[in-house]
Design a protein around this ligand. Structure first.
Ligand SMILES: CC(C)(COP(=O)(O)OP(=O)(O)OC[C@H]1O[C@@H](n2cnc3c(N)ncnc32)[C@H](O)[C@@H]1OP(=O)(O)O)[C@@H](O)C(=O)NCCC(=O)NCCS
Length: 184
């Protein structure tokens, strides 16, 4: 089943004055998303569910832009993707639970885009009528934890040595979550 796209999201003005447009990912974003993924710092993709450096994975994501239980949003400036965020409902006994991913392009960090996109994707989770939203990140990822704490998320657990970086070093992952009311 296809979903119709939600109402337009206003542009976001960042702390350095730059303005980005925010919209849903489209099938013709493949090249933009691949360029975004391939420019990410080397370790980022190790911690994320999807390797955005892979043309196959990027094609799968872009082609899923109309999936019923999945929303993918991008921030765009100058025809390039500055940030990618997704939220996906689980299936089976956890079908009320949505999992969020958020990744900001390296040149766009620490100027408020993560916070803005965090709020955008949390709204999308509510539109999916998720009653619980979950996000995982490195324990050391303090800015990510700040973003989701402000949105009402709390740490539900820590997965010890759960992520491995390119040097083989293990890192703890924190699982943050919040319960939400479905939007009518
Ligand atoms: C985590 C990430 C999304 C943050 O994005 P960002 O655009 O840099 O975040 P913002 O500029 O909006 O800053 C978010 C908060 O972190 C704080 N912050 C920024 N840099 C920080 C730092 N180095 N240390 C601690 N806090 C920091 C900001 O003050 C802000 O807090 P506030 O909202 O209370 O003012 C980004 O670094 C990223 O994409 N990392 C790789 C992927 C990842 O780890 N995603 C996490 C969730 S899946």
């Amino acid at each position: 089943m296809l979903h119709t796209n939600s109402t337009a999201i206003p542009p976001v003005t960042l702390h350095d004055g730059r303005v980005v447009a925010v919209r849903s990912l489209q099938p013709d974003d493949k090249a933009r998303l691949l360029q975004f993924g391939q420019a990410l710092p080397q370790d980022d993709w190790l911690y994320l569910e999807n390797d955005l450096r892979s043309p196959e994975i990027v094609a799968r994501l872009a082609n899923a832009s109309n999936a019923e239980h999945w929303r993918q949003m991008v921030a765009i400036e100058n025809d390039q993707i500055a940030a990618y965020a997704s939220v996906r409902l689980s299936s089976g006994r956890t079908s009320h639970v949505a999992t969020v991913q958020l990744i900001i392009g390296e040149g766009w960090r620490r100027i408020g885009l993560g916070r803005a996109m965090g709020a955008v994707i949390f709204d999308e989770a509510k539109k999916l009528q998720a009653s619980k939203v979950v996000v995982e990140m490195l324990e050391a990822q303090r800015s990510g934890q700040a973003i989701f704490s402000r949105l009402g998320f709390r740490i539900e657990g820590t997965l010890v040595n759960h992520a491995r970086d390119r040097f083989g070093k293990h890192h703890n992952l924190v699982v943050m979550a919040t319960l939400v009311e479905a939007v009518s």
